[in-house]
Each structure stands twice: as C-alpha cells, then as structure tokens.
Design a protein around this ligand. Structure first.
Ligand code: G6P
Length: 750
C-alpha cells in the first residue's frame, strides 16, 4: 500500500498541475472555436435573408414591407442562440428589430466592410454583435445586425474544463495503477532472482537456474560482501593480537556487544563433596574444565552443568546457583540435578559406553542400549530447558561442550532461533564407516547441525564429520567454506585447536624448579640423582597408561644403565569407575606396573610409582616442574592438554615432552619426541633419547613449544570462535536487512 501511494501521489500531483495550468488555455481555445462557429452561423443567416431584406428595405415608406421585415426578424430570432436581429439605416438608426433586441443597445458605429463582429457586454451577459452591410463595398447602405447570445459558450467552456480535469485525474489514476502493477511484478521477479542467485546450489542441481542478466551485478555485489564477512581470518592475522583475558574481554565488547554468554557442559568446574561432615572443594580432572574455566573467569556469564558432588546441593541458592570461583566470584554456576537412572543412562551409558569408545580408536567396543538413548534425549532436553530459563535475552551466545550434548544445539535452536550456538566436540570424530554403527547417527548429526559453529580440534576430525553428514543426511555441504546447510540453517564446521590459559593460574604460587624437584623426590623417596619421568591422566583406556609402563620395561631392558637411575611417577585420577572397561584399565595398569617393578626393581628403587588418586592443579604443576620427561602416550586423543600444561609449567625452558602421534596436540607441538604408543620398543627408545638429550637441545625444543602454546592459548581459541560467531551474526543481520528491503509489503524493522 505504502509503495502504491509512493507512485500514485507524485503522478496525481504532476497531472493536477497540468490540469490546473492547462484548463484555462483549453477554456479559451473552446471559446474561440465556438465564436468562429457563431460568426459563421451569422454569415449563414445573413446570406439566407439578405436578398429579402434588400428588397424590402428599398421601400422605406412601405408599411407592409416594414411589417414583413419585422416578421422575418421575429422568425429568425426564434433560434435559441440568436438573441435578436435588427436593421440599421445608413445614418445609424435602428429601423427594424426583433422583440428581444436589448433596449439600450444602439446601432453599432463601425462601418462594416463587408461585415464586422464585435463582442459587447450587456446586462444579461456577453453578446456577439455581427454587422453586415446589405450592399457589399457600400458603406452607406443599410446594415443588418445579428445579435448572438454568448453565455452558452462560457457555460460550455467551463464544463469542458471540468471534464478535462476529471479525464486527467482518471488518466493519472490508471497510469499510476498500471505503473504500480508493473513495478510490483518486476520487483517480485528481481527478489526471486536475487534469492535464487544467493541460494547455494542444491546437491541434485534442483535450483540450478541461470540468473537474469539485469540482477547479476547486484547478486555478485551481495555475494562479495557476504564472502568478505565469511573469509576465515588467517592464523597470521589472529596471532598479531596478544591473546589474554583483557583482549578477550575487549573482543567481546567490540564484536559481540551486550552478548549474554552461557556455557553448557556435563562436568562442572567446581565440585563440592562431603568429606567426613566437612565440605571439600574439588577441581575436576577434565581438559574441558581446564580450558573453559579461564574464559568464564575473563568474560563472566552462566555455566550450566551437572551438579555431581555429594555436597553440591548444600552450597547453591534457591535457583541452584552458586557464584564462582569461590575465592573471587566472576560468573554463575547453575547446577542441574540428575537422578541415578539418568546418570546411568545418559552419562555412563550412551555418552561413555557408546559415544566415547565410538569416537576413540582404542579398540573398546561401543555399547548402544535403547534405554540409554532415551535417557540421553531426556537429559539433553532437561539442559535445553535450563539454558532457555537462564537466558535473559533472545539472542545469547551459547557455548555447548562435548559429546554429552549432541542433541542440545537443535533443541536450543528450536526455542531460541536467534541464539548464536557454538558447539565444541572435545574428542575425535570417527570416519563414516565407524560412525555408521551408531543406531542414532542421523539424530546425532541433525542435533549438532542446530549449531551456528561446530568446532573440532583438527581439520581431520572436521573432514570426518563432513563425510558422515554427506553419507547419512540430506543436506548441502560447501567444502570450500567448510559449512553445512540443512534447511534454512547453516553450520560452520572448523578446527579450533583447544589450549590452556597462559600463563596458567596454577603456575603462580609454584616454587623454583629445583625446589619442586626436591619436594617431589622427597615425597616419593627417590634419590637426588634419579632422572624423573611423569605421567598425569585420568584412568582412561584411551590414555595408553599400561603401554607406557611397557615402554619403561623396554627402556630398562635395552638400556640397563638406567636401572636405579630412572623412575616414572604416574598420577592417575580414577574416573567413570562404575564402568567395567575403566575398572579393567586400572587393574591392567596396576598389574603392568607391578610386573615391571618386580622384574627391574630393587630393595631401594622402583621404576614405576603409580599414584591412583586425584591431584589438584597446583600439585600437578609441581610434578611437571620436577620432571625431566613428561610422557603422553594416548592411543587416541582429541587434543590432550596435559602436554600443553607441561610446556606451560616449564618457565625454566627445560624438560622433554614425549607425545603420542595420535593426540591432537602432536599437530602443534612438533618439537616433542613424537611416538607411536603401539610401538613399545620405539617408545622405550624415545625415553632413552629424552634422558640423554643435551641441555641445549632440550631448551631449544622447549622454547619453540612454549612460543606456540603461549600464542595459541585458550584466549586465542575462544577469540577465534567468537570472531567467527560475530561474523556470522553480522552476516545474518545483513541477510535479514536484504530480505526486509527486498520483500514487498513487509514492514521495516525499527
Ligand atoms: C574428556 C572429555 C570431557 C570430560 C573429561 C573428564 O576430556 O572430553 O568432556 O569432562 O574427559 O571426564 P569426566 O567424565 O570425568 O567428566
């Protein structure tokens, strides 16, 4: 309607102006036409009666002739437009006239030769006085005067003006209507063409139609703008920023102003346990928590997680909230309560007996139970409801963590369509053959595609995911831009190698390296001369703990000079112990350690010290600083942050890292001694190499690794994802604006 008025009003104005200025002109034209007509009629009348009048007028004294003239004049004057007819003598006297001759009108003074037409105004209005000389070329002959009423001309010209204005008005209206119709049809065509031009081609080529040439330049301009916004920022560009808490806060303020941040994970960052009637605080052994916690400390927001501690319920408020970190709160932890059955089905069952072995190639068979799946769906729904309830805005930025929540992105998207959902998969993604054994593969993929961004540690895992989508879902994959389009939603699939805080908080109170070494050697009763290797993990079968013990055996067998001169201290936090595979792992590791210790140990020395208890970050860092070697022998690992923490702990630039090639960290830490954990002998040799590596080489390697971890720290990880999220937001705002601007009749948003 508004668009139609935009066309009609100007057209009406223009045509109104034409009518206003042109109507008088038309009026005077019409007047002139009618006057010429009247003059012609006068001549006709004159010609038709001239002979009779000449004949009768030549006998002025003849009364009969005079009466006949009067009658003739009376008859002629009956014509509705003839007012009167009169005869004037050569000396200007009115000798005969029809009855309606105006009383005050005398004979015209002009001498007609042969005739004259003059307009006179009398009381009743304008008249035309047509005077004819009865004898041509004789100005002294009597004159016949015919009076015409001109009022009808005035009447006709003014109604002609009226008709003209109405006709122009009608014309304006029809022209405007036609213009609006044509404009609408053309615009709709353009909009269709622009939309089609911007829609990525369907896999089956269904929407593969040529773009009309008139909109092609517009489409290519819009495409260019969107491409520029999409262009992944190269690492080079990103590392120019010195990434830390402050730069992350600045980035949030500038790129995602007023963004509400929510993190969702299964594992909570702070666990409160009941320890003999006292409430004890525990920081869980979880790479995910290690990575995310500094970000929440920097940015604030709400972290939604399972309240798994035995004293967790005692420490929350009525909204199940607790402000953390306890020593200086900066964000809110919202705890979700799960029943035993829910934990069994969702966490131990589907997540850890199904998805964990499915995604890690460690040759542990995944178990899929329908009852576990039902709990998994229900718990994902429970977390989705909690996230929606916690949100204060309609477009929050939600950071979903890990394989416990594959369905959560789509569930949140359903309730908060404008949310920016960033999902990070902290573990590997298997190839499509392996993934195909999961009975709920389509549901898991569709759930994850509710994300705006889906992150993995490595490009390899991204490719595996895209291949799985390609194999099992109907959607469009843009490999060049690394995104998946399902319906109207696009998910960007990118590698974001996770990292740690730099410098780590746990490093702050650490004593110097020699002091750390002294404490650890004392704690485990080791001689000052012993060379120390450490391993720090959860007791998980993916970590290859028993394999590294075998490698110690191989070292001692092939290099007996290290007997009594080398010890591996293995710290391992029991984890998921309700599951048989985990209990078996612990038993196997313990047996392996015992076997090596029995074979090589002496009365005063054990090559392997296994400490199967949870250690807080401070203790772990002291251990790292005390060590000559850190041994990370994961059979398969998304990233492995222990490797990066070891590097971060060594501000003395010493220490050797032995790292599995199957851990994501090996893609970044090239200066580690990279090993295949399945090759026990090679791993034993790597231990020997590490123990005999010259100090200078150790320093050079450690420096390079510290550089990369320092630059690509956890703020860099979060910053890159948030930058991509902000680009996506800007892009969808732009698309929304284009849609509004090109949708006819749709009201503009304020
Ligand atoms: C891995 C997973 C995390 C998990 C952590 C500890 O790092 O990716 O999601 O938190 O292991 O496992 P847990 O089951 O104890 O939380």
């Amino acid at each position: 309607m508004r668009m139609s008025l935009r066309f009609i009003l100007p057209l009406l104005l223009v045509l109104g102006a034409i009518a206003w200025s042109g109507a008088p002109l038309v009026g005077s034209l019409i007047e002139r036409w009618f006057r010429a007509d009247v003059e012609m009629r006068s001549e006709l009348v004159f010609n038709s009666i001239r002979d009779t009048v000449v004949e009768l007028a030549t006998a002025p004294g003849d009364r009969k002739a005079q009466r006949r003239i009067d009658e003739l004049f009376k008859t002629i004057a009956q014509d509705e437009r003839l007012l009167a007819v009169g005869l004037c003598s050569p000396d200007g006297k009115l000798t005969n006239q029809s009855p309606a001759w105006p009383k005050r009108l005398a004979c015209p003074k002009v001498t007609p030769a042969p005739h004259a037409f003059v307009v006179e105004a009398i009381e009743t209005g304008p008249i035309l006085v047509a005077t004819f000389s009865l004898a041509a070329n004789d100005s002294l002959s009597p004159r016949l005067v015919i009076l015409h009423d001109l009022k009808f001309i005035e009447r006709r010209s003014s109604s002609a003006e009226g008709y003209l204005a109405a006709a122009l008005g009608l014309l304006a209206l029809s022209a405007a209507t036609v213009t609006v119709l044509v404009a609408r049809i053309t615009l709709q065509g353009w909009v269709r063409a622009v939309k089609q031009g911007l829609t990525p081609p369907a896999a089956d080529g269904a929407n593969d139609q040529p773009v009309p040439p008139e909109v092609a330049p517009l489409i290519s301009n819009i495409r260019k703008i969107l491409r520029d916004m999409d262009a992944p920022r190269g690492l080079g560009e990103a590392i120019k920023v010195d990434w830390g808490p402050e730069s992350l806060r600045t980035l949030l303020r500038s790129e995602l102003p007023n963004a509400e941040i929510l993190v969702v994970s299964n594992r909570e960052p702070y666990i409160h346990n009941d320890d003999d009637g006292q409430i004890a605080l525990q920081r869980p052994a979880s790479g995910l928590v290690t990575a995310l916690e500094p970000i929440m400390r920097a940015c604030g927001g709400t972290w939604v997680a399972h309240g798994s501690g035995s004293a967790d319920r005692l420490t929350v408020d009525e909204n199940d909230h607790i402000q953390v970190p306890p020593e200086a709160p900066t964000y809110t932890l919202r705890r979700i309560w799960l029943s035993e059955e829910e934990q069994d089905g969702y966490y131990f069952g589907l997540a850890n007996e199904g998805l964990w072995p499915l995604c890690h190639i460690a040759f542990v068979r995944p178990v899929f139970r329908s009852s576990d799946w039902e709990h998994y769906v229900a718990v994902n729904r429970k977390f989705a409801d909690a996230v929606v309830a916690e949100c204060k805005t309609t477009n929050p930025t939600v950071l979903i963590q890990d394989y416990h929540f594959a369905l959560l992105p789509a569930m949140i998207r359903e309730k908060l369509p404008d949310a920016t959902i960033i999902t990070f998969w902290h573990i590997p993604w298997p190839n499509p053959e392996v993934f195909s054994i999961c009975p709920w593969k389509e549901e898991l993929l569709s759930g994850l595609l509710g994300s705006s961004i889906l992150g993995f540690h490595t490009q390899f895992h991204c490719l595996n995911f895209l291949e799985s989508v390609d194999r099992f879902l109907e959607c469009h994959i843009d490999r060049e831009r690394s995104n998946v389009r399902a319906g109207n939603a696009t998910t960007l699939v990118r590698p974001y190698p996770i990292s740690i805080e730099w410098p780590p908080l746990a490093l702050a109170g650490q004593p110097p390296v020699p002091e750390c070494r002294k404490r650890i050697l004392e704690r485990y009763g080791l001689k000052p001369s012993v060379r120390l290797a450490v391993g720090v993990e959860r007791f998980d079968y993916t970590k290859g703990i028993a394999d590294r013990f075998r490698a110690v055996g191989s070292l001692l067998e092939r290099h007996p000079e290290w007997i009594e001169r080398f010890t591996l201290v293995q710290v391992a936090a029991p984890t998921r112990s309700r599951l048989e595979a985990y209990r078996d792992t612990q038993v196997e590791a313990q047996n392996q350690a015992d076997a090596i210790n029995n074979r090589f140990g002496t009365d005063n020395w054990k090559p392997i010290i296994l400490v199967p208890t949870h250690h807080e970050p401070d203790e772990v860092f002291t251990l790292f600083r005390a060590a000559d070697i850190c041994l990370v022998s994961s059979l398969h690992d998304g990233m492995n942050l222990v490797a990066k923490e070891f590097v971060a702990a060594r501000d003395d630039e010493d220490g050797v890292l032995i790292l599995s090639t199957f851990a994501g960290a090996s893609r970044e830490l090239h200066e580690a001694l990279i090993v295949n954990p399945y090759d026990i002998q090679a791993m034993g040799e790597a231990l020997a190499d590490g123990l005999s590596m010259p100090a200078e080489q150790r320093r050079d390697r450690m420096r390079l690794m510290r550089e990369i971890v320092g630059e690509h720290n956890i703020y860099f990880w979060a910053g890159r994802m948030l930058l991509d999220a902000s680009r996506i937001r800007k892009r969808s705002n732009l698309e929304r604006q284009i849609a509004i601007a090109t949708t006819p009749g749709k009201p503009r948003q304020p």
